[in-house]
Design a protein around this ligand. Structure first.
Ligand code: GLU
Length: 317
């Protein structure tokens, strides 16, 4: 494995340090997404890094969403370096990472359906967030039987640890589960946990700022990076935005996208001011925010956004 890992990693020319924002083009960005993007940008720019945009379009894609996301980022003053990268255009690099893991004997085929995994997860021995390893020990005969029965196979990592440690600049030390993570989905598409690791390394991303809903996946990703001989980036997981009911901000909250806000008469500057205020700053542009940006002052708690109150504010003369 060490030989493969070195060979795979050597194919990446180390670029300048970079941060990134990596949206999935499944819909419009809401205020929480825009806030995370603004933070990722401010972290990168305030530390002299390049800032990259990567469109993670291997999952749900809504037509037109990518362009609207890019337009919204530009409207709030988030600029980026180089061309926008799309995962759908990078399949060979993911395949070569998968090939190396297969050749190193670090993978196995998994025929479990989603329902079977869910059932195992709610088995009497208690909740389990990790894949229980049902297909880990299948022999060639059992695999052939499942294949002949028309079951599509995902490819999983044969992990040799159950936990891995990461350091997060905001959260601190975090130890979390590592399971036999899916590398290639049953539909043949490379899986998120693999692509994110390969892309961050290939793009020279050494600073990952994203929502803290992804913190639990981070040990898996850092472990996978290590297996592939790739550097583990610095992580900064920022608290999510919650609605007045304490739920993750979502479309149902209404008037949460830039288009919604504009329709209510807000300018992009008004929106930046709201986002900046949630971070403890007075700023009406991304450059004003950047000028005073101090990562040590960031709130560690979720931002509770009362959209109804924001609406009332918009209606004031
Ligand atoms: N594409 C993921 C999302 O939109 C983010 C992945 C990441 O930042 O690592 O939720």
């Amino acid at each position: 494995m060490a030989e493969f890992a070195a060979g795979f990693a050597d194919r990446f020319t180390p670029g300048c340090a970079a941060g990134r924002y990596a949206p999935s083009p499944s819909g419009d960005l809401h205020l929480g997404n825009l806030r995370t993007a603004l933070l990722a940008w401010a972290f990168a720019r305030s530390t002299g890094r390049r800032f990259l945009i990567r469109i993670e379009d291997l999952d749900r894609v809504r037509p037109g969403a990518e362009q609207r996301q890019l337009d919204d980022l530009a409207a709030i003053g988030v600029d980026w370096d180089g061309p926008v990268v799309r995962q759908s255009e990078r399949l060979p690099i993911y395949q070569s990472a998968i090939d190396g893991l297969v050749a190193a004997g670090l993978t196995y085929e998994c025929y479990c359906t989603r329902r079977e995994i869910q059932q195992a997860a709610t088995a009497p021995h208690g909740p389990m967030s990790a894949y229980p390893g049902t297909c880990r020990g299948l022999d060639a005969v059992a695999r052939a039987r499942l294949r002949d029965a028309g079951r599509p196979a995902a490819l999983r990592l044969r992990a040799s640890t159950a936990e891995f440690d990461v350091d997060d600049d905001l959260y601190g030390h975090y130890r979390g589960p590592v399971d036999d993570v899916v590398l290639r989905r049953a539909d043949g598409v490379p899986a998120y946990n693999l692509t994110v690791v390969v892309d961050d390394a290939a793009q020279g991303v050494d600073q990952v700022v994203r929502g803290d809903d992804l913190l639990p996946s981070t040990p898996r990703q850092a472990y996978l990076a290590t297996l592939l001989g790739l550097p583990v980036p610095r992580y900064i997981h920022v608290p999510l935005v919650l609605d007045a009911q304490g739920r993750r901000l979502a479309k149902r909250d209404g008037a949460v996208t830039l288009t919604d806000r504009r329709a209510l008469g807000d300018t992009p500057e008004d929106v930046i001011a709201v986002l900046a205020a949630s971070l403890g700053y007075r700023a009406a542009s991304s450059s004003e925010l950047l000028a005073g940006f101090d990562a040590r002052q960031l709130p560690h708690e979720p931002w509770i956004l009362d959209v109804k109150r924001l609406l009332q504010r918009s209606r004031c003369p």
